[in-house]
Design a protein around this ligand. Structure first.
Ligand code: DX5
Ligand code: ZN
Length: 224
């Protein structure tokens, strides 16, 4: 049974005091920081570059940085995120002409490899690369924005991916990204996920500690 981990998306954090906010959520019990990098080309939003990882590292953030690249083309900027402090670098297969080569670039820079499947992206794209990846991220919203509703079809997709992982005994984390909160996280876990990307449900209002506690209490109800 893989450890449950909460990856807090900073997209909904208060950027006027990002370092403090990130320290606060880590102290309140999240396990890693999810960095949503958007380029206003692959997705209709623009966020930040590698400087965000470097600044958080300089501020003293030591946690795992789970970097979600929504950038097309993606290859060129991978080394910069790795050098800026990323630990996991995840990309969408649609953002590269050569998926296997992109995986090799991430590995070359000693980062864990994540492949991000949009809600409608079929699992067939995993077929010839699954033994090379560390994390499969299933988007439970269409990429580009925080605060969207969880797409219910993804519950079955999580189950399908979990079956593939278990049947072959792959050492792969199953991460779900988007629209997760205290009301649906238990069902996401029961479907087979073990890493939960959460932005709005943590950063909404200011009681991060209470929000995180309520979310983690739901996971305690998980019985194998
Ligand atoms: C959307 C991002 C998600 C999203 C999660 O493209 O990948 O990480 O920001 O945030 P919430 O929890 O607000 O849906
Ligand atoms: Zn994300």
């Amino acid at each position: 049974m893989r450890k449950f981990l909460i990856s807090s998306s900073i997209l909904s954090a208060d950027f006027s005091k990002l370092g403090k906010d990130v320290k606060k959520v880590l102290k309140s019990g999240v396990d890693m920081i999810h960095i949503d990098v958007m380029d206003n080309h692959y997705v209709k939003n623009l966020t930040f570059g590698p400087i965000i990882c470097k600044s958080l590292r300089n501020y003293g953030i030591k946690s795992i940085m789970d970097v979600h690249l929504m950038i097309k083309p993606v290859d060129r900027i991978i080394p910069e995120f790795a050098e800026a402090g990323a630990n996991i670098i995840s990309f969408h297969p649609e953002t590269t002409n050569h998926i296997d080569r992109t995986i090799e670039i991430i590995k070359k820079y000693n980062c864990k490899v994540g492949i991000v499947l949009n809600p409608a992206t079929p699992l067939s794209c995993l077929k010839y690369i699954i033994n090379k990846i560390d994390v499969i991220i299933l988007m439970s919203v269409n990429p580009g924005y925080g605060g969207q509703l969880f797409i219910k079809n993804i519950y079955n997709k999580i189950k399908d991916v979990k079956k593939i992982i278990d049947k072959n005994g792959y050492n792969i984390d199953l991460e779900v990204d988007g629209g997760i909160n205290k009301n649906n996280i238990l069902k996401v876990a029961k479907s087979g996920a073990n890493i939960f990307v959460i932005g709005t449900a943590i950063f909404k209002e200011k009681n991060y500690k209470i929000n995180i506690k309520e979310i983690k209490n739901e996971l305690k109800l998980f019985k194998i």
